[in-house]
Design a binder for this molecule. Structure first.
Ligand code: ZN
Length: 179
């Protein structure tokens, strides 16, 4: 395995290249990499920097779902565990959105501890992005809908890292009070 700082640095660079030009959903046209940086950093803080592969997987977590990156490539460039973590949090994009959402709820309790942590960090980041000042009706409805679903997914991911569990709850509370 690459030395830990190098592992994370190379993961961040590959993620930046592969998601180049992509923007996040929501206001502000934020670059997609802001989402990846946020997820990776939530994981680094929650584990106090003890798990370099998890942080690298945080940078890479959307590469297989949203870009032409493959599991094989991640296994070769990084580690098998990183490749496996990314695949664990990759949705089957051939399914329609309602089925993908339902599958996430059903599959969450059976994921590995690392994948559960990535899922929670991902939902925290996505709720934060949807929490905006003076939301329109559409933004409000989208946030309410997203939180209701995210809570069901996260219910199946709790118990691995108390800090992430608490941060999710705080994020939901802050989002609801901004509605
Ligand atoms: Zn994501």
């Amino acid at each position: 395995m690459l030395q830990p700082i190098r592992l994370i640095s190379e993961a961040a660079e590959l993620a930046a290249r592969r998601h180049n030009g992509m923007a996040r959903k929501g206001r502000g046209n934020e670059p997609y990499i802001n989402h990846l940086a946020e997820v990776a950093n939530l994981l680094a803080v929650a584990t106090d920097g003890a798990d370099a592969e998890l942080v690298a997987a945080g940078w890479l977590h959307d590469t297989v779902e949203d870009t032409d990156t493959t599991r094989e490539e991640l296994g070769t460039k990084f580690t098998e565990r990183i490749a496996a973590l990314v695949v664990e949090v990759t949705d089957d994009m051939s399914l329609p959105k309602p089925q993908r959402r339902q599958k996430q709820i059903e599959d969450a309790p059976h994921k590995s501890p690392g994948a559960k942590m990535i899922k929670i960090a991902d939902k925290i980041s996505n709720i934060r992005a949807r929490t905006v000042p003076n939301p329109s009706k559409e933004e409000r409805d989208d946030l309410v809908d997203y939180i209701a679903w995210a809570e069901k997914v996260v219910a199946g991911c709790r118990g691995v890292n108390p800090m992430l569990d608490a941060k999710f709850d705080e994020t939901v509370e802050a989002a609801r009070s901004a509605l």
